[in-house]
Design a protein around this ligand. Structure first.
Ligand SMILES: [Zn+2]
Ligand SMILES: [Zn+2]
Ligand SMILES: [Zn+2]
Ligand SMILES: [Zn+2]
Ligand SMILES: [Zn+2]
Ligand SMILES: [Zn+2]
Length: 214
């Protein structure tokens, strides 16, 4: 087994070059799973293994598997490991830690379900999708004339999302309008590509966008 002792990707690359002529299963350690080396495989995913990447949830043709723990990730995540720890103060006041395993959870930031590898702040019982870590703070959407801002808790107001018309659960993050107390939008709905122009407006004056509506 071409196992490599050091848990770095640089070593994996060197190892691949050295063994390029051998047709064996390459293996390398990954920062998200330091316990065991991951074996590179192509083609059929073993029956017991998950058919999607544990880290990014994409399907794969080539994958990297720990058959001791049933831990399989895609080549993109193998090459670009997600950070094990991340600090994003606009989302959460403490450092967040990657919890790389299958786990059903409700994301604190967006209120929707996840099935794998969230980031956690254990002291706060805070749990978040990786893709929700940089939800924008202040945005303009095509369903509302004012800017809307992210709030980590909507509170006990029974409000319907202005995008999907379903109720917004006040215990999770959502977008609100400082000028319209009845406005709310789900974090995921407000940041859809057909709703948001993908520009973060925090720190820029609002007048510029108001003008075209007058
Ligand atoms: Zn992946
Ligand atoms: Zn393992
Ligand atoms: Zn989320
Ligand atoms: Zn915390
Ligand atoms: Zn919605
Ligand atoms: Zn408004």
């Amino acid at each position: 087994m071409a196992s490599i002792a050091s848990p770095t990707l640089q070593n994996e690359v060197k190892g691949e070059r050295k063994s390029a002529k051998r047709v064996d299963i390459k293996s390398a350690y990954h920062t998200s799973h330091p316990q065991h080396p991951l074996k590179s495989r192509r083609g059929q995913v073993p029956d017991y293994a998950d058919k999607k990447c544990l880290l990014c949830e994409k399907g794969f043709r080539q994958f990297h598997l720990c058959d001791v723990c049933n831990y399989s990730i895609c080549s993109a995540c193998m090459r670009n490991p997600p950070p094990l720890n991340i600090q994003c103060l606009k989302t959460h006041e403490h450092q967040l830690h990657l919890f790389s395993r299958l786990i059903d959870f409700t994301c604190n930031a967006c209120g929707t379900q996840g099935s794998r590898s969230p980031y956690l702040c254990p002291p706060c019982n805070f749990i978040i999708h990786r893709e929700c870590i940089d939800l924008p703070r202040v945005i303009s959407i095509n369903r509302h004339d004012h800017r809307i801002s992210y709030t980590p808790h909507l509170g006990h107001r029974k409000l319907k999302c202005r995008v999907c018309r379903k109720e917004v659960d006040g215990f999770y993050g959502a977008y609100t309008c400082s000028k319209c107390p009845s406005f709310a939008a789900h974090a995921r709905c407000a940041t859809r590509r057909d709703v948001w122009d993908m520009v973060e407006r925090e720190g820029t004056p609002e007048e510029e966008e108001i003008a075209p509506y007058e």
